[in-house]
Each structure stands twice: as C-alpha cells, then as structure tokens.
Design a binder for this molecule. Sequence first.
Ligand SMILES: Cc1cc2nc3c(=O)[nH]c(=O)nc-3n(C[C@H](O)[C@H](O)[C@H](O)COP(=O)(O)OP(=O)(O)OC[C@H]3O[C@@H](n4cnc5c(N)ncnc54)[C@H](O)[C@@H]3O)c2cc1C
Length: 520
Amino acid sequence: MNRGEMLERALAHREAWDMVVIGGGATGVGVALDAAARGYDVLLLEQSDFGKGTSSRSTKLVHGGVRYLEQGNVSLVMEALKERGLLRQNAPHLVSNLAFVVPNYEWWEAPFYGVGLKVYNLLSGRYGFGTSEILSKEETLARLPTIRTEGLRGGVVYYDGQFDDARLLVNMAATAAEQGAALLNYAPVTGLTRDGYGFVDGVVAHDLESGREIRAAAHVVINAGGPFCDAVRRLADPGLPPLIAPSQGIHLVFDGKVLPGGAAIMVPHTSDGRVMFAIPWHGHTVVGTTDTPVENVSLEPRPLDEEIEFVLETASRYLRQPLTRADVRSVFVGIRPLVRSGDATSTAALSRDHLIHIDPSGLITVTGGKWTTWRGMAEHCVNTAALLEHLPEKPCPTRNLNIHGFHRQAERFGSLAVYGSDALHIQDLVHGEPALGEPLHAALPTIGAEVVWAARFEMARTVEDVLARRARALFLNARAAIEMAPRTADLLARELGRDATWRDAQVEAFRKVAAGYLVA
Ligand SMILES: Cc1cc2nc3c(=O)[nH]c(=O)nc-3n(C[C@H](O)[C@H](O)[C@H](O)COP(=O)(O)OP(=O)(O)OC[C@H]3O[C@@H](n4cnc5c(N)ncnc54)[C@H](O)[C@@H]3O)c2cc1C
C-alpha cells in the first residue's frame, strides 16, 4: 500500500465510484474488502489512521461471546462462532486458539458454567476451537498459577480465539488494496453531495497532508464511522435523531508475569454484572473491560478514575498478589458504537447485533456488531448497497479469501509472527541493514525494520501510527513507547523524506498522545 498512489487514484478518478466508504475501522475496511473482492470499484476514506478508532482498542477476542449466550441471544452467538472459525481459517497468522479458565470458588459454579460452556462449544459445530472441561483445583492452578487459592474448588476451561486487532485491520486493508480498492488515511470526509432529487451522490474530503480537496462521486455512500456515525449522518441531514448509544470500555495492561500459565481468566459475573477477562497478549497481560455510557465521542477517549479502580479491584480479587496502579504499563480506551434501543436500562444490556440503516437521503450506515463479525456485516452491507443502487449482482467471495500475510506456521517467525508471510520481507530488510534488527527498547521486541516496513508498505505516516497500531508498543508499555519515539521518528523521517523539524514535532506529538496511556 502506497499512500501517494492511493491519493493520486482518489484525485484522478473522474467517473462515479460504485461505492465510497467513510471510516477505516473493522467495519469500513471490511466493506471495502468485500466490495473490491466482488469486483466493485470502491474508495475508502479514513479521517485519521486505519484503526485509530475502536478497532485497535478491543479486548482482542475473536469470540462468540459467552455473555450473549447468557442473555439468550443464541443467533448472535452462533453467527459469531461461525465467523470466528472463518477468521482463523483465513488469517491463521493473526488468530490463535486460547484456553480460558473460569475459576470456581462456589460449589454450584462448576456444574453451572460447565453446562453453559458445553452449550457454547456445541453451538460452534464444525467451527469449534476445543471442548470445554471441568478442572480439579490442581489442574486449575497448573493453568493459572497466580490465582487466589483460598476457597478455590476448581475451574472450567473452554477455548476461544484471540487476535491482534490493529494488525488484522492493516492486513485487511492490504487485502482490499490487492483486490483493487483505493484506501486513504488522513482524509476526513467533511461533506456529502446530493443530486437533483436530494439523494447523496458523493463525498467531499480533504487530504490532511497536502491540504487538497478530494471530491468523489459515488453510486452509493456507506457510512462506517463507528462511534462517529451519527455525526457523518448529520452531514447529510443535521436534524437526524441518533442511531447509536456510545459506551466506553477500558483495559489495563500489566507485565506477562501476572498470567504466567499461558491461559486466560474469565470472570463471568463482576460486581456490576459484566464479564471480565485477563488475557495473555504479546508477552503482557490485558485486563478489562468496563461499560460506561458517554455523551461525547473522541478519537482519544480517557479512562475514568472509577473505571481504573474497578478493573484493579476486580482483578485483585482473583489474584494472590493484588494489582496496583504502579503495576499498570498502559491503559487504553475504546468506544462501542452500540445500536440504541428505547427499552434498554444500561449500555451493557444493549444488543451487539449489527445494524444496516438507510436514511431518506440514501446514505447507508453500517454499525454495531463486533470485530469478530466484520465479514458477515460487510457481506450484508454490500448486498444491501448493490440492491439499493441496482448495481450488477456479484457473489461475495470472502468466506474463503485469505487475508494478506496468510501463513499457517507464523510462530516460526518469533516476534515477527503477526506479520505472517511478510515477516520474510522484514527479515530481508535486516539482512540488508543489520542495524535495523536491533530492538528499539529493551522492554519490547519491536525492531527498526518494522518501522521501515510500516512506512514503505503499510501507509504509516506518523510515529503514533507505527508505535500504536503497526507495532503495539503504546498499548503494551506506554513509557517504553515514549522512549522509543525518537529512534522511530529518525527512521520514519528517513523513509518519508522529512526534515529535522518534522521529526521533532512527531516526537512531541507522540509524547502528548502517549501521556494519556500512562496511569499515575
Ligand atoms: C472496550 C471494547 C472491547 C471490545 N472487544 C471486542 C472483542 O474482544 N471482540 C470483538 O469481536 N469485538 C470487540 N469490541 C467491538 C469492536 O471493537 C467494534 O465493534 C469494532 O471495532 C467497531 O469497528 P468500526 O469500524 O465500526 O468502528 P471504528 O473502529 O471506530 O472505526 C470508525 C472509523 O471511522 C472514522 N471516521 C469517523 N468519521 C469520519 C469521517 N467524517 N471521515 C472519515 N473517517 C471517519 C474514524 O476515524 C474511525 O477510524 C470491543 C469494543 C470495545 C469498545
């Protein structure tokens, strides 16, 4: 993916695109990938970087959602379990099988959760990840050596998927580009154009780097703005009532030694009736999440103090060694674009089903759902768009479409495993310039060659793009990421042909953003 070429394509395209997609998160990139793979002519515009919104800030689970089973939403769970299986099949370098243990401290928990998780497993049918089992106290401790032993009776283990969300997104964008889509980051859509009948027939956007205006005519415009989707709808009609109820969720990240057994902990009932996870991820431990309704949406939402305390307190209840603020390496926050419902009493009770909504202007909004179900959402959305605009019908091929980087044994690439088959090219960069093989920080495995790769082939434009989403340093250890910024900026400036002023401004801008990931 080359940003200069993408921009040229967007500027030079004279005829109407079949589809213009607004938003470069899982939903928008999924739609662009689906549309391009069918042979439609598609342009995607993202206001910031791909994945800057919610799609880099998930719990990193490719799952059916045990919680939704409890809510009785069997069809959502079955759909998500099928998508979980397809995603592991199509992106095995990024989706792995993880054991989750529910520790039991009450006599009724083993039979209760044992049966529930058996059903969860049965619903996955041929897309199963492994059978659930009841564990003795000793077996539970072997998988979770750090949990509280007082009163521990045993546990239940089940299997679900885990992934690197921002890496999958970048690889999906590359797949979409390979299928012919044009995708541009740092290009906010600031207006929607209408034809003589009042129907939306295109977008106006700006290239934030050159300041140039991009006018893109389209047969159909698809709004995948996530938590911002209502603001996008109001570009066409300022009076529209909102479709979504935004709700934020935080995660705290700790060292890997918090969960040394390789398994995750699932707490089915926190004090506020939610599910909480502690999962091993990239050598660290991610704990979350919360569900807090928010009025305003932002690209850098901040955690509330009470959310931090709640996560620390809940996790500490299950661990022998309580966790404190000083143990937190990073905190990250995402906003769920939940579909509104008049009778829901809390955002936790709102459905995780997706919604495809058509405004009177013909603007299609696709929102809600889950990361896991991006493929099904995209298929549904592109079917709707083609029908609405009488575009020639074309079958959806994404059930069996490999995602860029596809590799069945990526673990052999060590810390470069998340790049799948691209790891070989990154290794080549190191052979050409051995200094690029050095880690940028002693606490994390990210090497200089990853910066070069991200700038050359993954459209990374800023230090933050590299350290937050191409590599995951900011999400794993914010302090280390801040210390990596100067060297990252040097390499990026060299790749992108920028001067020392740009480099210094980048380091400063990254420091400011990263400060929001530190917990004092
Ligand atoms: C705390 C939390 C944990 C979660 N955990 C999981 C999980 O473990 N597994 C799972 O399956 N799902 C999970 N989810 C759900 C999942 O992350 C979301 O459903 C998904 O990421 C939403 O993607 P999206 O593309 O709709 O939104 P986003 O990722 O927010 O993308 C929308 C994009 O639109 C862009 N945009 C907005 N306005 C404009 C404009 N005017 N012009 C151009 N671009 C614009 C934004 O910049 C943004 O990048 C979680 C969600 C949260 C909040």
